[in-house]
Design a protein around this ligand. Sequence first.
Ligand code: ATP
Ligand code: MG
Length: 415
Amino acid sequence: MIQRPRGTRDFLPDEMERRRHYEGKLRSVAKRFGFRETATPIFEDSELFIMRSGPNILDELYAFKDKGDREIALRPELTAPTIRMFVNNMSNEPKPIKLFYFGQCFRYERPQSGRYREFFQFGAELIGSATPDTDAEAIALAVSMIEELGLKEYRLRIGHIGVLRQKLLDVGIPAENMAEILQKLDKKAYDEAGPIMEVLGVSQNSMDEIFEFTDTIGGVEVLDRVPGEPGDYLRTLASRLSAMGIDGYDIDLGVVRGLDYYTGVVFEVEAPVLGAEKQICGGGSYTLSQLFGGEEVFSTGFAIGFDRILLAMEKEGIEYESEGIDVYVVPVSDDTRPDAARITAMLRKAGISCDTDIMGRKMGKAMKYASTVNSKFVAIVGKTELESESVTLRDMSSGEQKLVLISELVKEIQF
Ligand code: ATP
Ligand code: MG
């Protein structure tokens, strides 16, 4: 039997309905914040992702040559494609440009719980300015989305990568080694970062100071330790967030983010219930447009790992109940099938979700099937009822039945 590729999933109807339900909630929050939805291709020129993250990204990509010898990659994320689209088509539009997207991404990773080779991101990008208000807006949207889904336990950490970058430059780390060291610091892998920094001539004292800095985490009082302009920036951000009722977060000067294009504020959300793969959202401010041939424009964006957040909700016991259908129409005998078909068509036209037997089942079996498809009502179409242009309508949750005129059926079901 042929199986699906490693790291991919099939979504059966129950799961798909649940996913669409929550996807719809995220979409409605984004719209409430004045963001508009976009979509970009599933595949792009590999170059786009290399420009963003350097050639090492190739290890993570599903990349191939197409029949015209073009280097193509399945997208591993949606920020670079979105900014490419902005540079191609939207750069003259009034700022800020507030966009959101939902779609699948592909990464050649080792599959495990919460880590797949095909996964879904729900993200947003705010293009046009580098202000604390912009970052606050992005963070508020991310938080509101998570709240809307009903996830109870999550942790938001906010940092500023500019400060750490400056510190690393100050102790003499060359620009070309920056990404490598930031990646180690992101994972708090000091035992790996240490030797590299030592080779680059960084003293033990400076190293300790940097490690202590990236270990700094706490409430807004931590900001006293952030010098200069970034400190002021973060304090303004904190006050904006507080004005919007967001204050249950940590300032974490060690939030680095894996990718190296972030310039200022960075933030992450994790759901502790997930264990190892617990990060459900990552974002920050960056400039990418100039890499893709546009002018330099500041943006802030984030992506929620849709699969992971759903996993976290499931682990917290948030249950989703299938909507089922409104009516199942059961013909009592074969000679009422034409009437069953007519009534079914009428209800569907009226916007009621409705199904009927196509398996030639006897009434009892058809009734049973109606409960497996979770139907709210069953309309029983029998000869006697038809004589008075009526059907028997059964409420499946209360078990109550009554005779209803076919002409009143729509009204009766919609109440
Ligand atoms: P991680 O450190 O877990 O690899 P990341 O930093 O690579 O995450 P981002 O590139 O910021 O992740 O992507 C945003 C979100 O997408 C992550 O917070 C996570 O929830 C989700 N995500 C990333 N990679 C995967 C994957 N392979 N499978 C499922 N979800 C993923
Ligand atoms: Mg990753």
